[in-house]
Design a protein around this ligand. Structure first.
Ligand code: F6R
Length: 604
């Protein structure tokens, strides 16, 4: 994780770096720093523990220059202290470096090359900049020293390096961590994410793994690590400045929850034509058709979205679906079917665990599809095919609209494949119509937010533990609902198959334990879940029910409009997103930036 921003050749470097860091803060927020320089040897290095606002408070008008690099950190090596915050400097202070990623052989580098060096902190990054400085001391040019270091360093990294004796250049390189060049008029930028540069430019250039870029105010020179020139076209980003603002919302999470009906409609217009015909890329459809098994690989919320879509995909396509936790499969790939197809579900398209699986799949010649919200992201570039979520930037750390968009995108894919297979269920499923109903159902749930806010105050204000229970798809929604609640409210919460509770876990239920029950399946299933509710209520649980219209009974707490069963996971999750939001708010927590977390998890 961590976020990097750099600019060369713009007199407002400090402002550009600070604005960029504010936009990158979702990537890590335990400490931050900037280095700004105008002419040789005049650089200023300012660091701070805490949020970007804490760093801003330390920056006076004297911190100015035309070249600079900045960093917001999510600690991997060493605690969140000023000494460990980036940028880091070489032994003499001549070189200044920011880094995102993990250098795997940093201890070996320290022993082999840096005897006698005194380090200020405990980070792997400091070792990298000392290494470069040492090679220059040994007589290499800066570029040669950087290249030599890149040949030695193993692991994931995005680097931006400034030489205080020549502040007209930023040296950049990356491997497995995201980094992008932004092209300005008379200046150039480098950044982990286009969002942080969009105020300055919409012209970008990708950097691929193991490429080195020498960036000056009017030149971008891309080479491989052996110095061979690489031709790279610039592209125009579709992003809009208004997409990344919070508007009048107190938190991004609430804005993103509210955007979900729009996202559903956007997906309809993207993946269906005016007559309702599905327009998913035929090459993707064919590739899925040819598979004897679909493997969905993902992490966290995206993994939960895969589960919530499993039975819909199986019913519509007639192809079995298996789910894999990306961080497990990267190293423990199970026995696969004869003709597998891998689907990588990832909001960011940058998750290192998912990428690890994709690298293996590519090596094994397995066709792959990345379903992501970020065009041009690593997973999208490296998979055989890509489908975009078109959900607009998701900035709150807790994912909401990406989850629902993933299920909807998978519905379009499944319908297209099922139709191509001549499956009755797919031919009869009017997805465009049903998804419009889902959009309305979401709107109806959103209009009930005040009711939900009150229910949460009664139920979750002081509790340390809670359970979500459900059967079938409701169980999968319960998994996501509990992840959302624990990540932003810090309430320990488990999503449980309602019928499984009595096989052990029910011993945790005591007077006042909150149990949130989800009911959207058939009458029979609903009756069983209600039986499980009775069991926990009899043991003192404080129960809240979220029930689909038609299955509701007197006394239910939240009733969700009925939608097509394939899509019920989307409508059922909405109240649970609001429950998590209000629980976090009522506890006085930072809803958008929960502790210890970061948005794009680019380390394994
Ligand atoms: C939780 C959340 C995470 C992500 C996970 C995978 O709200 O956002 O669990 O879902 O880190 O990230 P992506 O989808 O970007 O691969």
């Amino acid at each position: 994780m961590c976020g990097i921003v750099g600019v060369v050749g713009n007199r407002n470097a400090t402002d550009i770096l600070m604005q960029g860091l504010e936009k990158l803060e979702y990537r890590g927020y335990d400490s931050a720093g900037i280095y700004v320089i105008n002419k040789p040897e005049s650089g200023r290095l300012i660091k701070s523990v805490g949020r970007i606002a804490d760093l801003r408070a330390k920056i006076g008008i004297d911190v100015a220059g035309s070249t600079g690099i900045g960093h917001t950190r999510w600690a991997t090596h060493g605690q969140a202290t000023e000494a460990n915050a980036h940028p880091h400097t070489s032994a003499t202070g001549r070189f200044v470096l920011v880094h995102n990623g993990v250098i795997e052989n940093y201890l070996q580098i320290k022993e082999e090359y840096l005897a006698g060096h005194t380090l200020k902190g405990e980070t792997d990054t400091e070792i990298a900049v000392h290494l470069i400085g040492q090679f220059v001391e040994d007589g290499l040019s800066v570029l040669e020293a950087f290249k030599k270091a890149l040949h030695i360093i193993e692991g994931s990294y995005a680097f931006a390096l400034v030489d205080s004796q020549n502040p007209d250049t930023i040296y950049v390189a990356k491997n497995k961590s995201p980094l992008l060049i932004g092209l300005g008029d008379g200046y150039n930028m480098v950044c982990s994410d286009a969002m942080a540069m969009i105020r300055e430019t919409n012209q970008f250039m990708e950097i691929h793994d193991k490429e080195l870029v020498v960036l000056t105010k009017d030149n971008v020179e891309v080479t491989d690590y052996d110095g061979n020139a690489v031709e790279r076209e610039a592209y125009t980003a579709e992003l809009d400045l208004s997409d990344i603002g919070k508007g009048t919302y107190p938190y991004y999470m609430l804005k993103e929850i509210d955007e979900q009906p729009t996202v559903m409609r956007k997906l309809i217009s993207t993946y269906a034509d005016d007559k309702g015909n599905i327009t998913v890329d035929p090459a993707i459809v064919k590739s899925v058709q040819e598979a004897d098994r679909i493997y969905i690989l993902a992490a966290g919320t995206s993994y939960n979205a895969g589960f919530a879509s499993k039975s819909m995909i199986e019913t519509l396509t007639d192809t079995p679906v298996e789910l894999g936790i990306a961080s497990e499969w990267g190293y423990n790939m199970p026995l696969l079917s004869k003709k597998p197809m891998f689907i990588l579900l990832s909001q960011s398209g940058e998750t290192a665990d998912s990428r690890q699986v994709l690298v293996k799949a590519n090596a094994m010649g397995i066709p792959s599809l990345t379903i992501t919200n970020v065009p041009g992201s690593t997973l999208s570039r490296e998979a055989t095919y890509t489908m975009l979520l078109h959900a607009g930037p998701e900035i709150a750390v807790a994912s909401t609209k990406a989850y629902t968009a993933q299920i909807a995108a998978l519905a379009f894919l499944s319908k297209a494949v099922g139709e191509a297979n001549g499956k009755k269920e797919a031919l009869e499923f009017d997805l465009v119509h049903e998804l419009s109903i889902v959009a309305q159902s979401i709107e109806a749930s959103l209009s009930e937010r005040e009711v939900i806010e009150k229910k949460v105050a009664n139920l979750l204000a002081t509790s340390r533990n809670a359970f979500y229970i459900g059967r079938g798809n409701d169980y999968y929604v319960a998994m996501e609902a509990s992840l959302k609640l624990k990540e932003i409210s810090y309430i320990q919460c488990e999503g449980f198959a309602a019928g499984e509770l009595k096989h052990g876990t029910i011993s945790l239920i005591e007077d006042g334990t909150p149990v949130l029950a989800l009911i959207s399946s058939s009458e029979t299933v609903a009756a069983h879940t209600r039986g499980n509710i009775q069991e926990v209520a009899a043991r003192g649980a404080n129960v809240l029910t979220v029930v689909e219209e038609g299955l509701d009974k007197e006394g239910d707490d939240i009733v969700v409009n009925q939608v097509h069963p394939y899509l019920a996971s989307i409508s059922m999750v909405i109240p649970t997103q609001l429950i998590a939001y209000y629980a976090s708010l009522q506890r006085g927590l930072d809803v958008d930036k929960p502790r210890n977390l970061a948005k794009a998890v680019t380390v394994e």
